[in-house]
Design a protein around this ligand. Sequence first.
Ligand SMILES: C[S@@+](CC[C@H](N)C(=O)[O-])C[C@H]1O[C@@H](n2cnc3c(N)ncnc32)[C@H](O)[C@@H]1O
Length: 239
Amino acid sequence: MKIVDEHITAYINSLELELPQYLRILEKEALENAVPIIRKEAQAVLKFFLDMKQPKQILEVGTAVGFSCSLLSEYMPEDCHITTIEKVPMRIVEAKKNLAKARRASDISLVMGDAIDALKVLNRTGTSDDVSLFSPSGNMQTLSELTDCYDFIFMDAAKGQYMNFLPEIMKLLPVNGLFITDNVLQEGSIAKSKYSITRRDRTIHTRMREYLYELTHRDDLTTMILPVGDGMAVSTKIR
Ligand SMILES: C[S@@+](CC[C@H](N)C(=O)[O-])C[C@H]1O[C@@H](n2cnc3c(N)ncnc32)[C@H](O)[C@@H]1O
């Protein structure tokens, strides 16, 4: 189920400017291979907030094959760097190839490992035993050179783990930092009673509801939930 009428989404998307060719190809390949990448309408939200926020350091959790990371890098300011985290080996193989083709490849770092370990490494509280680094441009770089402060964080990984990631994310996010979480409305099912959700999906339903409650009730965040794409939570750290 789509949370916005498909005709309306199609119309809004038709107003979007075309992506550069390498991104169009990457988007097409990802969709053909059923890789779950960010939707067109959500891309517009990211581009808007990049322009508004002008970040210096971006962190993405959930690289998949590198589409949204390449998109963010394409539209980020000139003096910005992006670090992206992915754990699935098959995805990492594709991400390495694709990120090397990005126009701003030299401003991208791919952290390979489970996000919970990677976030702890970025926070200087974890060991790098299960996490490694790839620089798409071939630059020699070490994990310890990556910053522990990200003024733009995009979360797009396993939804059931968002609550576990949040404490680490909050430490990496400075005051005034922007934090965007994708796929929070779960095709609208999040608004339904858990009793109408199939037993198989109840855990994720409960976890996402807890996560959204936390984002909207913490006193150090201001959060709005946009019914765009599959739902995006946009948060700012206020203290
Ligand atoms: C929705 S896809 C990301 C799509 C990507 N952001 C894009 O739009 O091009 C989610 C990705 O998160 C990865 N992922 C899920 N849980 C993870 C974890 N605990 N640590 C690292 N990556 C994870 C999955 O392997 C998957 O590739």
